[in-house]
Design a protein around this ligand. Structure first.
Ligand code: ATP
Ligand code: MG
Length: 242
């Protein structure tokens, strides 16, 4: 479960206060696939940063898997992120001097995972890049780089995966494939997936769509993905990824 209560973020701007998130309150059950949408500047990235414990609110709370992030110091939040959270950025943020496989291996090795190389290869195969493991980022297409970033984000079996505009740099068809892949990994791993997107068509893949405007939640409704989620009544936690 990922819950917020009256989550508010303000910035001091000269003599006035600018509220970029205002009293955002919701609960996201474990395993859900949620899209956050809204116009530029509506607070989507700010919200994701607060949910992932990368940033602290001015008021209100985020409770991640039963832990109130306000109760943790910076080290505690970093530890929690390492254990529970995966993050995918719009700009991929792969390490250019490492191959695809090595990029995926990094978080595994940081955790001292024994079979890091094997697991990295398995994860890349799962995202359709089994034949690109030795490629460097500049030898991969944008969609392929984003799939490496997804494999890396899933490497440590996160409970919650955040993705900020994961399709922002991709064409429409590739964007559809990336969201379909996130949807599949969500079902297989049981991880909660929260994506931010401008693209309403992509947002409809989610089970739930939360819309922001001027830092306020103005809509919170089921997406089309909720119908397919109910149709496939098997438990989503059945088959952990690799
Ligand atoms: N450090 C900061 N100081 C002051 N204002 C900030 C700061 N960070 C963000 N903001 C403001 O907060 C608002 C929300 O920003 P945010 O990045 O969350 O928007 P967004 O919904 O992700 O937009 P986009 O779709 O363009 O990425 C913006 O108006 C921005 O100018
Ligand atoms: Mg943003």
């Amino acid at each position: 479960m990922l819950a917020t209560r009256d989550l508010t973020k303000e910035y001091q701007s000269g003599t006035s206060r600018l509220a970029v998130l205002r009293d955002v309150t919701f609960e996201i059950p474990q395993g859900a696939f949620v899209a956050i949408v809204g116009p530029s500047g509506s607070g989507k990235t700010t919200l994701l940063g607060l949910l992932a414990g990368l940033d602290l609110p001015s008021r209100g709370a985020v409770v991640l898997d039963g832990v109130d992030l306000n109760a943790l110091d910076e080290d505690g939040r970093a530890k929690l992120r390492g254990e529970k959270v995966g993050f995918i950025f719009q700009s991929f943020q792969l390490i250019p001097t490492l191959t695809a496989a090595e990029n995926v291996q990094v978080p595994l090795e940081l955790r001292g995972e024994p079979d890091a190389a094997t697991r990295a290869r398995d994860l890349l195969a799962r995202v359709g890049l089994g034949d690109r493991t030795h490629h460097y980022p500049n030898q991969l297409s944008g969609g392929e780089q984003q799939r490496v970033a997804i494999a890396r984000a899933f490497a440590n079996r996160p409970r919650i995966l955040f993705a900020d505009e994961p399709t922002g740099n991709l064409d429409g068809t590739t964007g559809e494939k990336i969201v379909a892949l996130l949807d599949q990994l969500n079902r297989e791993s049981g991880a909660t997936v929260v994506i931010v997107t401008h693209d309403l068509t992509l947002a409809e893949h989610a089970q739930r769509v939360i819309r922001l405007r001027d830092g306020l939640v103005i809509e919170d409704r089921p997406g089309r993905g909720s119908a397919t989620a109910m149709a496939s009544s098997e438990p989503t936690t059945a088959a952990p990824v690799a």
